[in-house]
Every structure is written in structure tokens, then in C-alpha cells.
Design a protein around this ligand. Structure first.
Ligand SMILES: NC(=O)c1ccc[n+]([C@@H]2O[C@H](COP(=O)([O-])OP(=O)(O)OC[C@H]3O[C@@H](n4cnc5c(N)ncnc54)[C@H](O)[C@@H]3O)[C@@H](O)[C@H]2O)c1
Length: 471
């Protein structure tokens, strides 16, 4: 816990923080072995559909069934509580609170329909448990069926402002996300709902996730919902010796993957320790070297192919542009985006990444918002978003998804070197009022890596506690 967070939790802090309107960084509800999906029953509710069949199918019904199958106590259309919109508040006992809220807004067909969100949400907000997560389901306004009325697109686009604002007001470590469904997305949204309702997404808030038709067949329910959804998967994680990369390797290993841990020769000692701890194997390799694509391909061939590639290795050489040396600028671009592009194209071209494959890049809020003194880093991290845009369509045709995470302020050795005032600001600019942990980024990457997340591709997920930067 950082010093301000410790103060906010002290006796004096608890009295001062709310009155002065200061950020209140409550401890987040992170996942733990055996922890329930949500800290209480999950209410599935929504707008009353107008006449006619819903455009993407029964999103609320499927959400309720998916969450119930994942062990959540669901109150909703198909859950124990019957009709959620009518009197659901009475379906929880005494002072029990909602551990999650899913609001199906796919029926909103005009701006006026959005008023229904008040009826669907408002009665339940005061009963949300600390650390409860809210998910609003909508239609992807960019992928509506041809000929959809303009009013549908307007209403569905409006949900983004609604959810982002709600994320800023819920407090108490609660989060709010918008899941936008395209054709084929309802049947593919299970892993996304499990991620967003659980403590695995503790540091993700105010985000939009688009789910469409899966790029390959989905795994069976039990395989997908169990504690080891990555069993049998072969993964490569670059920059795995420490920080976020070590957390990613650890989590992918714990979820069942065999992990090839890559890092530079100077980090060989730490790399070996990470690989040993996760039951994987070390590969000492500078990803920018000319030999890197071939050596990585050989390592993958020995395993019979690769399923998950996480391009986590990254460096900074921060200086204002007026003081910048070309070699420093070049190094940042090459490690952070040049090498990931070469390696991904090589693995795809060699047929080592195919059906069920996952490529996950690591961008940054700096790549979205820009940052004083970080022209090289921000360019490289915006380039990672370009890599996702450029490769996702081709990869999807081969059954591979390409996505990226964009971490905000994460407590690592990299951010420990940031000047103290900037560090405090980085933490407090988030709605959740704190920095994230490496495991928060790792959880988002592990969700992208799951075989059941086949309907999410070409996307960048911010893991930033809903930071104001670039939002
Ligand atoms: N920490 C944050 O707040 C934050 C925020 C946004 C994005 N990120 C990104 O997350 C990733 C990990 O960050 P971190 O904070 O854990 O950094 P870190 O500096 O602690 O770890 C980076 C790792 O990458 C390795 N690496 C560097 N160059 C390499 C090369 N050429 N070949 C192989 N490995 C190489 C390093 O040796 C190191 O082990 C980076 O891409 C970073 O830009 C971090």
C-alpha cells in the first residue's frame, strides 16, 4: 500500500478523506484461489424489450445462465429471483448486498429508451457490495445489422457515456464496464462476463469490450470455466525476468500453460528463477537481435507450436525531444514495437501460431494520451495499437486473436523511478484512486489468452483503474 493509501485507511484519514472529497483508494477485491466469482448474488436486469425479437438474442438470459454455471448466485430472468426488473431488491435477504449487477440495454432503440436505465439501475446502486462489479450489455454501434435505424445507433453509442460516468460515481472499489455485442457475440461472451464480474478485473473500470462471433470453436463449458483454462497451452512471455512479465508468466503457468520465459542475457539469473517458479523454461534472448525470430521459432517448434505470445518486454529512455539522441529513440521503438511486429509476422508466416492462437501486446496509457518527455515511448506504445489494428484481421482468418492491454500506473521497478509528485498524480488520477499491481495486467492478458475468449479480437483494454489520462 502506498503512503497516501495508508493515510486514507488510518483513523484520521477515514474522517478527512470523504469530507474533503479526496481520492479514497480502498483495497481492491482481487481474485484468490477458491474465491467466489462475486462478493454476493449477481442481479441480472435490463430494459424491457420493445415488441419484436431482440437484435442479438436474449443477452440477459444467456448472461444469467453463464454466470450461474460459473457458480454465481444469480437473480434474474432465468435465475432464482424470477423477473429481475420487478421487485428484485426483495430477492436478497436482510442487509445482503449485490455482488454484481448486469444490465441488459441491448433493447434500447432510441435515446428516449435510455431512461429505462434509471429504473433498471437506480434502485440497486445503494445495495451494491464493496468491490461489486457492474456490466452493461449493449449492441456494438459500429457493427449493427445493415439498415438499422439511426436512433438505435445513437442509443447504443450513448451507453458509453453512461457507463464511464457510472464508473466515476460508484466508489468503494466497484467497477463498471460496457460489453458491446455484435452478431454471434452473445454465445461468445461467457469468458468476458466471468472476467469482468470477478476480482480478476479489479483494476479495470470504465472500459468498453466488444464481443463478436468467435474466430474458432469455443471450448466446452467445463474446460472454459475451470481453474485451469490454459491447460495444455504453450505460451511465450517476453521480458519475463521481472515486473509485469514475471507476473504474467506466473499466472499463465498457474492457469495451466507451459511458459517459455524470454529475457536479455543481463537478466538471465532472474529469468531462470521465474522459469523455475512457473514450471516453464527460460530462453535467454534479446528480442531485437537479428537471430531472434529464428531462435524463437525453433523454441516453439520444439514444443510443436505455440498458442499464446505475450509481447511484454519494454524499455523507456525518457527525454524531451529537444534533448533526444537518435540511438535512444531507435532502441525504444525497436524493443517495444519493432521486434514484436517482426516476431509475430515470423510466427504467423511459419504457421507456428494458428487456430486458437493468441497474440497479446502491451501498450500503455502514454501511447494513448502522450506524456511529457516520452515521445519515443509514446510513439512505440501507440505503435503497439497499430500492430493490433494491422494484424488482427489477417490473424483472425487463421483462428488467432490479436489484442493488447494498455496499463495505466502499475507499481513496478519501472514506475518506482518516476519522480514522487508525478507518481502520486499517476495513482490518484484513476477513479479507483490507486496504482495497479502487475497481477492486474497479468489477469487481463490471461483473459485474452483463454480459448473461450475467441470472440474478442482487435482490441485494446486499458488496465488503469479508469485513469483520466487519455480518456
Ligand atoms: N509499469 C507500468 O506502470 C507500465 C505501464 C504501462 C505499460 N507498461 C509496459 O509493461 C511492460 C512491462 O513493464 P515493467 O514495468 O514490468 O518493466 P520492467 O522494466 O520491470 O521489465 C521489463 C523487462 O523487459 C526486459 N527486456 C527489455 N529489453 C528486452 C529485450 N530487448 N529483449 C528481451 N527482454 C527485454 C527487461 O530485461 C525486463 O526484464 C513494458 O512493455 C512496459 O512498457 C508498464
Amino acid at each position: 500500500m502506498d503512503r497516501y493509501a495508508a493515510f486514507a485507511r488510518s483513523g484520521l484519514g477515514r474522517r478527512l478523506v470523504p469530507g474533503l472529497g479526496l481520492p479514497d483508494p480502498v483495497p481492491l477485491r482481487r481474485d484468490a484461489p477458491g474465491a467466489p466469482l462475486a462478493p454476493g448474488p449477481v442481479l441480472v436486469t435490463g430494459l424491457v424489450p420493445p415488441d419484436g425479437a431482440p437484435l442479438v438474442g436474449d443477452a440477459a438470459g444467456v448472461a444469467a445462465a453463464e454466470l450461474a454455471a460459473a457458480g454465481a448466485r444469480v437473480v434474474g430472468p432465468d435465475g432464482a429471483g424470477g423477473d429481475a426488473t420487478a421487485g428484485a431488491a426483495g430477492a436478497v435477504a436482510g442487509d445482503e448486498r449485490w455482488g454484481g449487477l448486469v444490465v441488459d440495454a441491448t433493447a434500447a432503440a432510441s435515446p428516449a429508451d435510455l431512461v429505462g436505465l434509471v429504473g433498471a439501475c437506480t434502485p440497486h446502486l445503494r445495495r451494491l457490495a464493496r468491490g461489486a462489479h457492474v456490466v452493461v450489455l449493449g449492441l456494438d454501434p459500429d457493427r449493427l445489422p445493415a439498415g438499422s435505424p439511426a436512433a438505435v445507433r445513437v442509443a447504443q453509442r450513448a451507453l458509453e457515456g453512461f457507463t464511464r460516468s457510472l464508473g466515476k460515481e460508484v466508489g468503494g472499489g466497484r467497477t463498471v464496464q460496457l460489453v458491446l455485442l455484435a452478431e454471434g457475440g452473445v454465445g461468445a461472451m461467457g469468458s468476458t462476463l466471468r472476467f469482468l464480474l470477478s476480482g480478476r478485473s479489479a483494476f479495470v473500470s470504465g472500459q468498453v469490450v466488444r464481443v463478436g462471433a468467435p474466430v474458432h470453436d469455443l471450448p466446452s463449458g467445463e474446460d472454459a470455466r475451470g481453474p485451469r483454462p490454459l491447460a495444455g497451452r504453450r505460451a511465450v512471455v517476453t521480458g519475463a525476468a521481472r515486473g509485469i512479465g514475471a507476473a504474467v508468466a506466473q499466472l499463465l503457468g498457474a492457469r495451466g500453460a507451459h511458459v517459455v520465459c524470454v529475457d536479455v542475457p543481463a537478466a538471465a539469473g532472474d529469468l531462470a528463477a521465474t522459469a523455475r517458479a512457473v514450471g516453464g523454461e527460460p530462453l535467454v534472448l534479446d528480442i531485437t537481435s537479428d537471430l531472434a525470430p529464428g531462435r524463437l521459432a525453433e523454441a516453439c517448434e520444439r514444443l510443436g507450436g505455440v498458442d499464446v505470445v505475450v509481447h511484454n518486454a519494454g524499455i523507456t529512455r525518457d527525454r524531451r525531444l529537444r534533448n533526444m539522441r537518435p540511438d535512444a529513440f531507435a532502441a525504444v521503438l525497436d524493443v517495444n514495437v519493432g521486434a514484436p511486429l517482426r516476431l509475430t509476422e515470423h510466427l504467423l508466416g511459419a504457421g507456428l501460431l494458428g487456430r486458437g492462437g493468441r497474440v497479446v501486446g502491451v501498450s500503455s496509457l502514454a501511447g494513448i494520451a502522450g506524456n511529457d518527455g516520452q515521445t519515443s515511448y509514446a510513439a512505440s506504445k501507440a505503435g503497439v495499437i497499430g500492430l493490433v489494428d494491422a494484424l488482427a484481421p489477417r490473424a483472425a482468418a487463421a483462428g488467432t486473436t490479436v489484442n493488447a492491454v494498455a496499463p495505466g500506473f502499475i507499481e513496478t521497478r519501472m514506475t518506482a523511478t518516476v519522480p514522487p509528485l508525478t507518481r502520486q498524480l499517476g495513482r490518484r488520477l484513476a477513479s479507483l484512486g490507486q496504482g495497479g499491481l502487475p497481477v492486474d495486467v497479468a489477469e487481463a492478458i490471461a483473459w485474452f489468452a483463454e480459448p473461450a475468449t475467441a470472440g474478442v479480437h482487435g482490441q485494446v483494454l486499458r488496465v488503469c483503474g479508469q485513469s483520466l489520462l487519455g480518456a
